[in-house]
Design a protein around this ligand. Structure first.
Ligand code: URA
Ligand code: SF4
Length: 198
């Protein structure tokens, strides 16, 4: 993959980045996807949350975190006392990667090649926003943000390099719903978000 760099406008503001993203052909993921899912939230946000990639709902609506993972994240933000409208929500990869199974589209984790290809967008976003804290939601986002493989269980719950917080991906917590471990996983997510906002 040639990567997104040649589609990312230099010295761009957030609105320029958002406007340029639909043209990106930095990897092959744009082709089967419905549309690019860039981000939502204000340029003045002090806290940035980075997910893995848009899901099925996000791909259809063109907005990040509007599906089941997004609802759980909203609940967790509320419980942590964080105004969702004041944070900036984005993803490490901006197009939905999936496998078609009949009528269903099953999420496929992006590869390191996809992360690398899409990284210029996230780098440009972080350069523009210059946030105080960046929260990586899950191991894939953590890899993208920290530039190395990470283990959520070992590194969550503390400030890394003075600026990063690694926590669970909300989709992983959604999958625990109705099972042992859900309450604890949700409480950890809330406590990690609270740490990020403090
Ligand atoms: N999961 C993500 O990582 N990002 C989204 O935008 C939605 C679900
Ligand atoms: Fe470009 Fe990222 Fe989409 Fe690939 S996933 S086409 S690099 S925006």
């Amino acid at each position: 993959a040639p990567g997104a760099a040649r589609w990312v406008p230099p010295t761009a503001g957030l609105e320029d980045l958002r406007a340029a993203a639909p043209a990106c052909r930095g990897c092959e993921l744009w082709r089967p996807a419905t549309q690019v899912v860039f981000s939502r939230g204000p340029a003045a946000a002090r806290v940035v949350l980075v997910g893995e990639q848009p899901g099925d709902r996000e791909d259809l609506e063109g907005e990040p975190f509007v599906g089941p993972a997004g609802r759980l994240l909203s609940d967790a933000l509320r419980e942590a006392g964080i105004d969702e409208d004041a944070v900036y929500l984005t993803n490490a990869v901006k197009h939905f990667r999936f496998e078609q199974r009949g009528k269903r589209r099953l999420h496929k984790t992006p590869t390191v090649t996809h992360l690398r290809a899409c990284a210029p967008w996230l780098e440009a976003e972080l350069a523009v926003l210059d946030p105080q804290v960046v929260v990586a939601l899950g191991a894939t986002a953590g890899h993208a943000v920290l530039g190395r493989p990470v283990k959520v269980a070992q590194e969550r719950g503390r400030l890394l390099e003075g600026r990063y917080v690694l926590t669970a991906h909300p989709s992983a917590v959604v999958r625990l719903r109705g099972r042992d471990g859900f309450d604890e996983a949700f409480a950890e997510l809330v406590s990690d978000l609270r740490l990020a906002a403090s």
